[in-house]
Design a protein around this ligand. Structure first.
Ligand SMILES: *[C@@H]1O[C@H](CO)[C@@H](O)[C@H](O)[C@H]1NC(C)=O
Ligand SMILES: *[C@@H]1O[C@H](CO)[C@@H](O)[C@H](O)[C@H]1NC(C)=O
Ligand SMILES: *[C@@H]1O[C@H](CO)[C@@H](O)[C@H](O)[C@H]1NC(C)=O
Ligand SMILES: *[C@@H]1O[C@H](CO)[C@@H](O)[C@H](O)[C@H]1NC(C)=O
Ligand SMILES: *[C@@H]1O[C@H](CO)[C@@H](O)[C@H](O)[C@H]1NC(C)=O
Ligand SMILES: *[C@@H]1O[C@H](CO)[C@@H](O)[C@H](O)[C@H]1NC(C)=O
Ligand SMILES: *[C@@H]1O[C@H](CO)[C@@H](O)[C@H](O)[C@H]1NC(C)=O
Length: 392
């Protein structure tokens, strides 16, 4: 069997855990789990689209890079930027019922944005999705909010008013976007109902090959799904994105009990100059095997002018370093894998190995050292992907 391995951070999750909810509060019972799916589980052409997927990831990262490195006042959310048509590679999805009775939708989880939205009938423009598109007319609990309401005002520049209706317009920098009205709805997870969630009812949406019904924004702002639940969960949530090919489950949890017993802590940092939905962490160093990658300290630092820094984004598949860090990181990795035959790069992945003759080769671990002490060890499954359609 021929096999080529390339570098990609990737994971597949599924769950058969039963769900339990607090019916009296309408909020998730602490420590309960939402099922998290991987996009490949609902997308028939998933294997075929690796290249397209990599390109989408590239587009998303270009916008992020603009935000992090370039003009600090450019927001990720800006619909006037028309560079492409795709929403980036949002790979992890949760299944949620919208409305009463619940219309089940797959929503991508995104820690890089706030407003939750779903495609909404009547569509003046909708892309293909696997489930029927949510229709507010068929829901007895759909309720539009007025333009004067606090939640509408939280949208800032992303909202406009017409006949007191709160209209929104969010874009993702790569040209994909959702436009519609802000409403309140009841969202159903398992057999519990979460009431009064403000969301975007998107009548005009742009984005190709998405297949899911919208986005569950888990960003740091007040309008994200987790931000709106702050009163009951203090905004605490945790998720588990398991390795590709793993048979164990992934999950999304909310509330204080979501904190794992042996959690390691790294402080989150604020950057008032950029999008308030980003979760910034401090990255103090990278190791490949036993070797510290010689990267100058300032490469990952968030400057007082609001430039640089490191954000955690579930919507991006491939972790990115600034070139100054990536080049030395890659060279350090290659130096420790000299005995393994290389293969030609694939798309944006430039470090590939031909494992035809060495199917069980062992690669060095990569560890990320965060400010405050925690170390995240990434094993082979977290730093390499078997590329389909080449030799495997
Ligand atoms: C449901 O929520 C109420 C109010 O917060 C709390 O008193 C009760 O213990 C919760 N029930 C469960 C099963 O968690
Ligand atoms: C919540 O309600 C559902 C059905 O409405 C029921 O099956 C479930 O047992 C209830 N959960 C609790 C904790 O009471
Ligand atoms: C996609 O790839 C997986 C993993 O290699 C394989 O099990 C599955 O059969 C492939 N699906 C299609 C439709 O080719
Ligand atoms: C989008 O960004 C461009 C330039 O980056 C700016 O001129 C424009 O006003 C922005 N649009 C919105 C709606 O913020
Ligand atoms: C949602 O359900 C609750 C009861 O669980 C109800 O009081 C509320 O009016 C419903 N509608 C909205 C828009 O939240
Ligand atoms: C991998 O190596 C084998 C021989 O060892 C060769 O036949 C094959 O073409 C190589 N594949 C790639 C993608 O380099
Ligand atoms: C990588 O880390 C795992 C888990 O900590 C460990 O079991 C394994 O031996 C490490 N591999 C190498 C090559 O050091």
């Amino acid at each position: 069997m021929n096999m080529v391995v390339a570098c990609l951070l990737f994971g597949v999750v599924s769950s058969t855990e039963p769900l339990a909810w607090n019916n009296s509060t309408g909020y998730p019972v602490e420590n309960e789990k939402f099922e998290l799916f991987h996009i490949s589980q609902i997308e028939h052409n998933y294997n075929m689209s690796l290249h397209a997927r990599l390109e989408r990831d590239e587009k998303r990262i270009k916008t992020l890079a603009q935000v992090l490195i370039g003009e600090p006042n450019i927001l990720l959310v800006n619909t006037t930027v028309e560079q492409g048509e795709m929403l980036g590679t949002l790979e992890y999805i949760v299944r949620i019922g919208v409305g009463t009775p619940p219309a089940y939708q797959f929503l991508a989880i995104d820690t890089g944005s706030d407003l939750p939205w779903v495609q909404c009938q009547p569509c003046s423009k909708c892309y293909y999705q696997v489930n029927p598109i949510y229709d507010p007319k068929k829901s007895s609990t759909y309720e539009e909010i007025s333009c004067e309401s606090t939640k509408c005002q939280l949208l800032g520049k992303q909202h406009s008013c017409k006949d007191h209706q709160c209209r929104y317009n969010v874009g993702y920098g790569d040209g994909s976007s959702s436009k519609g009205v802000i409403a309140l709805e009841n969202f159903t997870f398992g057999n519990a109902i979460i009431s009064n969630i403000a969301f975007g009812c998107g009548h005009k949406n742009k984005g190709h090959f998405l297949n899911f019904g919208g986005i569950l924004g888990l960003g740091r702002g007040d309008l994200s799904f987790t931000g709106q639940l702050r009163g009951s969960t203090r905004g605490i949530f945790s998720y588990c994105l398991v390795n590709a090919g793993s048979t164990t489950s992934g999950w999304l949890r909310m509330g204080e009990e979501a904190i794992p017993a042996r959690a390691a802590w790294a402080p989150l940092m604020y950057n008032p100059r950029t999008d308030p939905s980003f979760y910034y962490v401090g990255l103090s160093g990278i190791m490949v095997g036993q070797m510290k990658v010689p990267i100058p300290d300032q490469v990952f630092q968030l400057s007082s002018a609001g430039k640089g820094g490191v954000v955690i984004d579930t919507g991006t598949v491939i972790s990115r370093f600034p070139k100054a860090a990536y080049d030395v990181f890659r060279d350090t990795f290659i130096a420790q894998t000299k005995h393994l035959p290389r293969a030609k790069g694939i798309s944006l992945l430039d470090t590939c190995y031909n494992l035809t003759t060495m199917p069980s080769a062992v690669f060095p671990n990569v560890s990320l050292h965060f400010t405050g002490g925690p170390i995240l060890i990434l094993t082979n499954n977290n730093v390499l992907i078997k590329v389909e359609g080449v030799d495997v």
